[in-house]
Design a protein around this ligand. Structure first.
Ligand SMILES: Cc1cc2nc3c(=O)[nH]c(=O)nc-3n(C[C@H](O)[C@H](O)[C@H](O)COP(=O)(O)OP(=O)(O)OC[C@H]3O[C@@H](n4cnc5c(N)ncnc54)[C@H](O)[C@@H]3O)c2cc1C
Length: 498
């Protein structure tokens, strides 16, 4: 296209939530239809998705699957066809997969492709803040993790793809601990509008002690949910919010909940080899003969930087895609398999629109001084251990602001956060070379801020809808029939009109 591009990340390019995605990516191939894909997505969103955005998504994903296939994506096959499986909330088999390594395979094939195009990657750079002047982006400041220096990278346009914030729930999340939404926070601090932060999807089947995900495909292939009385208590293939609620009710009654795949273990050995190994490795369970103890764990954040159908945020030149964005396709509850597909569709749209944007603009040569002061963190000298507090915070969030919450429990969680005084901590490692303590402390600070915004949004939405469950407001309320918007200090509902 004739523009310079740089991909910047705090990790290696193939290390992310995407590499963990197992179940598959949705596209209405073969017997399924795009209309059904649109309808199922809208039903699951509980009236909080934009029909236009969902139609763009469901139509465009067909080309993206064809593109992936053409560059060598190792999809599992059903004869000549790409194999597909049925995930919760879908009326047909719609998720294209590569055994249970789907996301990893997507990343690898795209990384190879990017290397062929000689796209440069800069790793071990952590985004700290965006450079914005008059609501227009000019680049960003990063922590160079290798040297602990603050570095500025100028850019005419930025596509944010830094993932979601389910990691604020720490060990009660299927995500990496660093997935605390610091890209979303940096956007907010730069003036971007955020939306739907209250909607965090809990996945029904995470392993009880490690929170490692056993994907929906296990139930898609015929796995059952059982309680400790050996009873099935829910239709396992209903949408995630419904299944999670049913599990939560069992746990509240003091029962344990298990996934039973003993009768299909011979099938799972072929289609989910990774998850079987993880169950053995982390919980020492042989799924051919034993029940898997499970619990719901925070899995996917539907909220993020509000973008339009062109992936544009409210800051000129800042685009957002994937879990960092709120693109109005998931609403109150994402369908399994829609996330990987979203990355491809809106990733491509973002690139095209960023290109158009740059071509249409004049850019001034503005000088930005580094303003992220890390010396303040190095000089902290308190005696509290921030890792311990980080862990406590995730327990508090899970117990009081997690699957089901109410006004009192949210206030408890907020009080805990507001009593955290960052001056009472220090980072143990004061060196400047590959200082992971520094990185983790920065994430602790972001976890605090993002958690406050999450609680504020959950407090504001006085109803239950999709993944947002409150036992003080158990039904949907038409007053909240719209997306929530956080614009600086204001929070309000915006009705979607297609
Ligand atoms: C276990 C698991 C299984 C899943 N299975 C499926 C599935 O089968 N199908 C499906 O559709 N979805 C699935 N999902 C959801 C899906 O994987 C994610 O929603 C999706 O991969 C998110 O992609 P992303 O590019 O937005 O973010 P990520 O893949 O999380 O990538 C974000 C990147 O940004 C980097 N980053 C973050 N913050 C910063 C910063 N401050 N500075 C610099 N870099 C930063 C991270 O290091 C990472 O490399 C699954 C998720 C998990 C956790």
């Amino acid at each position: 296209m004739g523009l310079d591009v740089l991909v910047v990340s705090q990790t290696n390019p193939t290390n992310s939530q995407t590499c963990m995605a197992q179940g598959g990516m949705n596209a209405a191939l073969y017997e399924d239809t795009t209309n059904y894909h649109v309808e199922d997505t809208l039903i699951s969103s509980k009236n909080l998705a934009s029909k236009n955005a969902v139609e763009i998504f469901c139509n465009n994903i067909l080309d993206e699957i064809e593109f992936l296939d053409s560059i060598g994506m190792a999809f599992s096959r059903d004869g000549e066809k790409i194999a597909q499986r049925k995930l919760g909330g879908a009326r047909n088999k719609r998720a294209c997969y590569a055994k249970d390594y789907t996301g990893l395979r997507v990343l690898h094939v795209l990384f190879d492709y990017a290397n062929k195009l000689q796209i440069p990657f800069l790793n071990n750079y952590k985004l700290l803040k965006f450079l914005v002047d008059e609501n227009k982006i000019y680049g960003a400041e990063f922590l160079d993790i290798k040297t602990s220096e603050v570095k500025t990278i100028k850019a005419k346009s930025v596509i944010l793809a830094s993932g979601g914030y389910s990691g604020i729930f720490g060990k009660h999340s299927t995500n990496q601990l660093s997935t605390i939404g610091d890209g979303i926070l940096a956007s907010y601090n730069a003036g971007a509008v955020l939306s739907n932060l209250e909607f965090v999807q809990f996945h029904p089947t995470a392993l009880k002690s490690s929170s490692i995900l056993i994907s929906e495909s296990a139930r898609g292939e015929g796995g059952y949910l059982l309680n400790s009385d050996n009873e099935r208590f829910v239709n396992e293939l209903l949408a995630r919010d419904v299944v999670v609620k049913a599990i939560h009710e069992q746990l509240q009654k003091g029962k344990e909940v298990f996934l039973d795949v003993r009768h299909i273990s011979h099938i799972l050995k072929h289609v989910m080899p990774q998850e079987l190994k993880l169950a053995k490795l982390h919980e020492n369970i042989d799924i051919a003969s034993e029940l898997l103890p499970i619990k719901p764990a925070a899995h996917y954040s539907m909220g993020g930087v509000l973008v339009d159908n062109f992936a544009r945020s409210s800051i000129r030149g800042l685009f957002a895609v994937g879990e960092a964005s709120q693109s109005n396709i998931h609403g109150a509850n994402r369908l399994g398999g829609n996330s990987l597909s979203e990355l491809l569709v809106f990733g491509k749209i973002a690139v095209q629109c960023a290109f158009e944007y740059i071509k249409s603009q004049n850019f001034q040569d503005i000088k930005f001084e580094n303003s992220s002061n890390l010396d303040v963190i190095f000089s902290l000298n308190g005696d509290k251990n921030f890792y311990k507090t980080k862990d406590e915070l995730s327990d508090i969030l899970y117990n009081f602001a997690g699957i089901v919450k109410n006004e009192n429990s949210l206030i408890k969680a907020l009080n805990f956060i507001e009593n955290i005084d960052v001056h009472e901590y220090k980072i143990g490692d004061k060196s400047t070379t590959f200082n992971t303590d520094l990185k983790n402390f920065l994430e602790f600070l972001s976890q605090i801020e993002l958690s406050k915004l999450y609680i504020k949004s959950a407090f504001f939405r006085k109803e239950s809808r999709g993944s947002h469950l409150r036992d003080d407001f158990e039904s949907e309320n038409v007053e909240f029939d719209g997306i929530s918007i956080i614009d600086k200090d204001k929070i309000f509902i915006h009705k979607l009109i297609d």
